[in-house]
Design a protein. Structure first.
Length: 195
């Protein structure tokens, strides 16, 4: 709108690329967006050539993206834990086979099945806990690298680190149950004959 020298207003067409509207409270955002959409549709003769972006909608989209990202990470972590657990089980089964004679000697000297199970579960737990320590250390290097390369602040949460370590040890114990059970149920006489 511009003024002419006669003091009256002369209407001119103004092209706008963007209009920002600030509201007093966030409760009014959705109703204001509907009102603006209706007014602009009326002004543009029902041509839907205007896009209204509401920050709350952007926030919802961002939250949905974060949820999807977390789901993908959880799936990847679950697959990694499963693969790691199977690896630990295979190592422990090989250990049981290699130590068959030792198991037979221990059983012949009076070791009970529960002692054999405890021994192999502790070994599986220690093996996976060591893997967990390596994983935690490597995981802590990533935020340090991000800070160094991208100059962006990262946070390492101690409860999350402890949880990751605990899950690692638990996976080892869970996947060590079958090898420990197999070792404990060996016939001592047959185990002593094993070369």
């Amino acid at each position: 709108v511009s003024t002419s020298s006669g003091g009256s207003f002369k209407r001119e067409r103004i092209e706008l690329n963007e209009v920002k509207v600030k509201l007093e409270t966030s409760e009014e955002v959705e109703s204001a967006a509907h009102i603006m959409r209706d007014l602009l549709l009326e002004a543009h003769k029902q041509q839907n050539d205007v896009e209204i972006t509401v920050p709350l909608e952007l926030l919802k989209q961002e939250e949905a993206s974060k949820r999807m990202f977390n789901i993908v990470l959880a799936v990847i972590a679950s697959i990694s834990l499963l693969v790691g657990g199977i690896g630990i089980m295979n190592v422990m089964l090989a250990t049981v086979t290699e130590r068959t004679r030792e198991i037979g000697i221990r059983r012949a000297l009076g070791a009970k099945r529960k002692h054999i199970i405890q021994q192999f579960l502790v070994e599986a737990g220690v093996l996976s806990a060591l893997g967990g320590v390596v994983g935690v250390l490597l995981g802590m290097l990533v935020p340090i690298g991000i800070e160094a390369w991208f100059a962006q602040k990262t946070i390492i949460l101690v409860p999350h680190v402890l949880l990751a370590f605990g899950i690692s040890a638990a996976v080892g114990v869970v996947f060590g149950i079958y090898p420990a059970w197999r070792a404990a149920n060996m016939d001592p006489v047959e185990a002593l004959r094993h070369e």
